[in-house]
Design a protein. Sequence first.
Length: 384
Amino acid sequence: MLNIADTLYRWCRENRPFALATVVQVSGSAPLPPGTALAVDTTGAAVGSISGGCVEGAVYELCRQVLEPGEPPVRSRFGYSDDDAFAVGLTCGGELEVLVQRIDPADQPHLTAALEKVQAGLPVAVAQVIDGPQHLVGRTLSVLGGGSAYDGTLGNRQQDRAAASQVRGLLRAGRTARVEVGGDADTCPEKLTLLVHTHAASPRMLIFGAVDFAAALSQAGRFLGYHVTVCDARPVFATAERFPHAHEVVADWPHRYLEATEVDARTVICVLTHDAKFDIPLLRLALGLPVGYIGAMGSRRTHDHRLERLREAGVPEEHLACLHSPIGLDLGAHTPEETAISITAEIIAHTNNGTGLPLSRVPGPIHGSAPMARVPSPAALLAA
């Protein structure tokens, strides 16, 4: 639902009831992930999309039906129609399950507050009951980032506390996912399946090296939703005027800035300096941090020399295996803009467990639901 938070927030502030259709499960080559939503208000106005167009009409009619007073939530499954690919179904070959429910803002004031936090860019998560006793399906509970407070209820205090605990973990990771709570006869007798919608702070992209490639990469990173920082030890090059698309530009030694800044499992680090006096202390530190991606620019000869220097600096082989160098995918890139696409393509593939191969050469669904094995992060290796 958070994909249409701006409109839902306006409807809630106007105390306008609406029907909310949420993708709660996908399989095969479904076009949009769980948590994506479409909403219809009492005037018939619609916002959002759940399938890229192929089942929107049928879901819209379900929304109109559920908007009638007293109508319970409805779950419906849509899949490919062998008899008629243009019938109500997913012509892409996948399946998705949708929960359609009426939302009355007056009954769930905490939802308005959660949507307001999203509008303000603050971390928040909303847990939605998608399976369980009929009278609980559709209930929501919201959790704010940075604390233990929650609002709303899923049925009873024990279930609320159990749900809030799991939701906080997903919020810290910035993940939207299904979780189960309850089923314990002593504490939470009713088993519930929740879909947890999360809105976390933007992931960080740290670009080291105030070069032309960094200017193009900062623009691409911002387009992808990263909070972009460009850092260089040379103040004459590290200026906001040279990097208008970066959220911040820092003049400091790269390793010193990295040591003092906050990173997490979604952070990507791109080292574009290819200068040993900057690269080695920076990468020695970075390769021991729990970040999502580390890449370094340079030729294969530069890469080989860099590995030798890092080994001499005591970096273990299992950490070196996490370094993407030379940085980027082989797209034949030459210009800074093409190189930025090459780098961000590798980041996307690594983050989503993609192969980086042309889709025409990859068998199976385009939108695969089962993640592939990936190289473990430095944090995971340290914990092993």
